[in-house]
Design a protein. Sequence first.
Length: 130
Amino acid sequence: MFLPLVWTGIGWLVPASVSLSTLIAQLITRGLTGSPDYWDYHRWPAGAALFAAGAVCAHYAKLLNPNEIDRLLKKIEDQKKRTFYLVRLKPSDARERHSFFWVPLKFWFVILGFMTAYYFSIDLGWVSDN
């Protein structure tokens, strides 16, 4: 059976950041409450973890934007002691796509944001989790 590649570029960052932030949030929740049941009965810690994962995805999506100019300028001095600055584009200028399940990395923070809002609304009682 052929398993298609579900990410391109650093699209693997989405599941990695969600998994890592969820693990860290679960460990912090268990450490602060002293009970493993708090994680099972409250959804806001998972929402906070998804928010953190969305922030990581948004940060890297902004860094990897192929149209964004790198802050580093290359300084060149010629033989007549004139100084030139060349603007260098980021290495991702080759238009490498960064996506997970064919959704670009720059949109994953929105998806994770909606999931965060859903988890917080469950704890506030606005939405039923049944």
